[in-house]
Design a binder for this molecule. Structure first.
Ligand SMILES: Nc1nc2c(c(=O)[nH]1)N[C@H]1C(S)=C(S)[C@@H](COP(=O)(O)OP(=O)(O)OC[C@H]3O[C@@H](n4cnc5c(=O)[nH]c(N)nc54)[C@H](O)[C@@H]3O)O[C@H]1N2
Ligand SMILES: Nc1nc2c(c(=O)[nH]1)N[C@H]1C(S)=C(S)[C@@H](COP(=O)(O)OP(=O)(O)OC[C@H]3O[C@@H](n4cnc5c(=O)[nH]c(N)nc54)[C@H](O)[C@@H]3O)O[C@H]1N2
Ligand SMILES: [Mo]
Length: 768
């Protein structure tokens, strides 16, 4: 812990001068005051690059520069002038680097050379690209079964790189595609299709201009998709009701000062965002949503009994849906006392939220990780779909369901074929276009890949971006399994934990980032990405690459493919890499929704992959949207005793997933420390603890394995009873691999039963 560590409440609105100051500090820290500012102006412009931060859409990619503190940090992080060179690796052994913090690792700067691990010196040493590819080819070709290799993707990867990657891996012979989205919005990808026939949101940005009610469940836009604050602020100023459900009183959900509003900045005024913020218990959302639906259904019955118009949209329900009867009878059987206890909310609060919602003509239901990262995450998502459908809010202007995606192209990667459960139809089209037989058996997701690694069934792990070894659950058990592999390959821009938790052979392959110009045989290339609202557009970097030795992600995939498949390959790798338009033509051949791909990305703002549900076409087996019942209210009853706290692992304002920009979390008032656990005063009192005490968190494991993090600082905070929160990835050792949603395999990172013990070191001091 730093001796400057402190906790003091933050009283200002989110955004404002604090945001501008934070960006300035980051540009200076990354040594890019001038270039950084110029780079920022190219972000999200028609001919510029797509922000590598979040997946929130931009107003048609044609607007003037929109300021976003965390987007600016993401760009500064990539455009930094710091470098992680062969000299650096010569000076530091891997064992030494393993003791560095995640923050210190990424602060070294951009990777400049391909590097191979040398076990004799315990160091990474430079290697030529050809040798690196040959090593990958040799390992993969030697495996008796292609399913003994895992191919991970993180969601910053472009459509073009992702399409080539899945092509290479399927031609090699496996569907093992663990993906960051398995830890993120998989509950959406699995849950929503059963409800509305598509695993994506149904709204576009313009709907936010028309909605008169916005419900936000378990999402923190001020930190994780700050450009969304502009849309929420506009909606609030128009008089739309915004209601949030979150265990934390996240500051940006309360008040926001727009850094681009001269009036708010000059007068230090701000806009109220949520008219109500309900502090739902961790894991209490299904209960709260069921409570709201119960109010709606009862109000509808009462109104109709009195000859008044109903509250539910019966025209929509009759024409478009199935399953309302089962839902209604389940709600009738659900008791308010159970709803109140599980949600942590009072009946009047839920009734108020339901009243606001039922009066709205056009409502949008927004959600994030607070809904998906649960043992019943896919079912949580389905309850939100039920809520929207009861009032006919799907496939209508100004209304819809809005999962807010994480990584800037996580949605696109899925669209172009990164999936462990490919549809037969897609595989047939792939076979028709390329002429090889792709494997049909389903592959591994993140959880099943890790289970296979632990069983010793995996030999090779390749990662297209990301920081798998830090992002996954159940550290250090899962890291140990990674360390037992024969070969680990990381395609990366910066040094991270995954380079240090390595196989017997290990490669770091440095690639171009999104801000950098990508020149191939036919000239400068652009890539394409799909945002959270299914808008596809082009992105072209302008900066000089961080090093002349970097390759683009498509070129690296082609290099691995040629070295692995040799003459066996029927794919035109050189041709694809020399001109990315050809990759897009091939994507169009395989996925007809990309018709006229190259023409349409040249239009300002790109084009929209309209989800069928938006047009009230339901791609479900019945051809109708489906109301789905959530049995009971609980995530998991087994540990619901007084000692248990439900732990949620969350992001600070100053991190991008495993990338830690600083040790502080401004809006929550935490400075220069991350080893903290938030819980309320009565939970502290109950345990004889005080704010500032050092405590261990111990998972209530059901498999007999001890999972513990030590010496965290207890921070008394406004949270509901029965829950606590700590930062990801520091708290990842507490998330057991078995604690995942059986439907979507999403780890339950926002709902782990834990207990608290006073830390041993402190206990000894007290007793001495
Ligand atoms: N700056 C920045 N931007 C990012 C990221 C980043 O790390 N930093 N990550 C990107 C990625 S990959 C993703 S997926 C998104 C993540 O963005 P979010 O979905 O906002 O993710 P989190 O911050 O993990 O959690 C969201 C909120 O859920 C609340 N919460 C926790 N448990 C519960 C619960 O049980 N119920 C409810 N209702 N709420 C709960 C937390 O208090 C928090 O406010 O952001 C993306 N954008
Ligand atoms: N306990 C807990 N665990 C979680 C979560 C949680 O809320 N709680 N959230 C989960 C979620 S939502 C997600 S999405 C995952 C995130 O998991 P990942 O996507 O695997 O992790 P990131 O931290 O985003 O990856 C950062 C690394 O990506 C590399 N990188 C950055 N830009 C590029 C690029 O342009 N190309 C390439 N090739 N590499 C690049 C850099 O080397 C950087 O170190 O973590 C999950 N894990
Ligand atoms: Mo994510």
């Amino acid at each position: 812990m730093s001796d400057r560590a402190a906790v003091h409440p933050y009283h200002h609105p989110a955004g404002g001068w604090g945001a501008l100051k934070a960006v300035g500090e980051h540009l200076v820290e990354q040594h890019i005051p001038v270039k950084g500012a110029a780079t920022l102006r190219c972000m999200n412009q028609p001919s510029g690059f797509d922000c590598p931060g979040c997946a929130w859409p931009d107003p048609k990619h044609t607007s003037s520069f929109e300021f976003c503190e965390n987007g600016a940090k993401a760009v500064a992080w990539e455009a930094t002038s710091k470098r992680c060179t062969p000299d650096f690796f010569a000076q530091h052994s891997v064992t030494e680097l393993a003791s560095w913090s995640d923050y210190e690792l990424e602060m070294v700067g951009r990777l400049t050379h391909p590097m191979a691990y040398d076990a004799v010196t315990d160091r990474y040493a430079p290697v030529s690209w050809d040798k690196a590819f040959a090593m990958i080819g040799a390992h993969l070709a030697a495996l008796p079964d292609p399913d003994m290799a895992e191919f991970y993707t993180s969601g910053r990867t472009s459509n073009e790189a992702a399409f080539l990657y899945q092509l290479f891996v399927r031609e090699y012979g496996t569907n093992n595609f663990p993906d960051c989205s398995n830890m993120c919005h998989e509950a959406t990808s699995v849950g929503l299709p059963q409800s509305i026939g598509v695993g994506k949101g149904t709204v576009v940005l313009e709907d936010f201009e028309k909605a008169d009610c916005i419900l936000i469940f378990g999402q923190n836009p001020g930190t994780n998709s700050p450009r969304m604050m502009t849309d929420l602020r506009e909606a609030s100023r128009r008089g739309a009701a915004i209601i949030s459900f979150n265990p934390f009183r996240e500051r940006a959900l309360e008040r926001f000062q727009h850094p681009q509003s001269p009036v708010e900045m000059a007068t230090l005024s701000s806009t109220q965002i949520s008219s109500k913020l309900y502090q739902v218990r961790v894991g209490g959302d299904a209960a709260a949503i069921k409570g709201m639906m119960k109010v709606l259904v009862e109000a509808d019955e009462a109104a109709r009994a009195n000859g008044l118009p109903g509250v539910l949209d019966w025209d929509f329900i009759r024409e478009h849906t199935l399953g309302i009867e089962a839902l209604v009878s389940d709600l009738a059987a659900t008791r308010w006392e159970d709803i109140e206890r599980t949600s942590g909310l009072a009946r009047q609060e839920i009734e108020y939220a339901a009243q606001v919602y039922m009066k709205a003509e056009r409502a949008i239901v927004v959600y994030g990780m607070g809904i998906t990262q649960h043992r019943r995450g896919a079912q949580n998502v389905q309850q939100l779909a039920n809520l929207a459908m009861l009032r006919g809010h799907i496939g209508r202007d100004g209304a819809g369901i809005c999962p807010v995606r994480g990584h800037s192209n996580v949605q696109g990667d899925r669209t172009v074929g990164i999936t462990e459960i490919p549809s037969p139809d897609f595989l047939e089209r792939l076979e028709r276009r390329f002429g090889f037989k792709p494997p049909r058996e389903h592959g591994h997701n993140v959880v099943t890949a890790l289970e296979a690694m632990i069983r010793g069934e995996v030999k090779v792990f390749v990662a297209m971006g990301g920081n798998f070894a830090a992002a996954i659950p159940d550290l250090p058990r899962t890291q140990k399994a990674l360390g037992n592999l024969d070969l680990t390959v990381q395609i990366s821009t910066k040094l991270n934990r995954s380079h240090l938790i390595h196989g017997r052979d290990a490669l770091i392959l440095p690639c171009l980032g999104r801000t950098e110009i990508d020149i191939q045989a036919s000239g400068p290339q652009s890539i394409t990405v799909e945002d959270s609202m299914s808008m596809v557009h082009a992105s072209a970097g302008r900066n000089k690459p961080a090093s002349e030795h970097l390759l683009s992600e498509p070129a690296i995939v082609a290099g691995m493919a040629r070295a692995t498949l040799g003459n066996r390959s029927v794919v035109e790798w050189e041709s694809f890499v020399s001109e990315y338009d050809r990759i897009r033509d091939a994507i169009e051949d395989v996925f007809p929704i990309f018709w006229d791909y190259n023409e349409r990305i040249r239009l300002p703002g790109g084009f929209h992959l309209i989800p069928n549900a938006r047009q009230r076409i339901w791609d479900t087996p019945s051809g109708k949207a489906q109301f789905l019942v959530y049995d009971g209210l609980h995530e998991d009853r087994r540990n619901d005793d007084v000692e248990t706290l439900w732990l949620s692992t969350i992001r600070s304002h100053d991190q991008y997933n495993t990338t830690v920009y600083s040790m502080s979390d401004r809006y929550r008032g935490v400075y220069n420390q991350r080893d903290v656990v938030f819980l309320n005063k009565s939970e502290l009192d109950k345990r004889g603890l005080q704010d500032g005490d050092r405590i261990d968190l111990v998972t209530q494991s059901t498999d007999g394995i001890e999972r513990r993090v030590r010496n965290f600082r207890a921070v008394g905070y406004s949270l509901p009873n029965g829950c606590c929160a700590a930062y990801y990835p520091e708290a990842n050792p507490l998330v057991p691999l078995y604690a995942h949603d059986p439907m979507s395999f999403t780890p339950s990172s926002k709902g782990i039963p834990v207990r608290i013990e006073r830390s041993a070191a402190v206990a000894e001091m007290v007793s001495a």
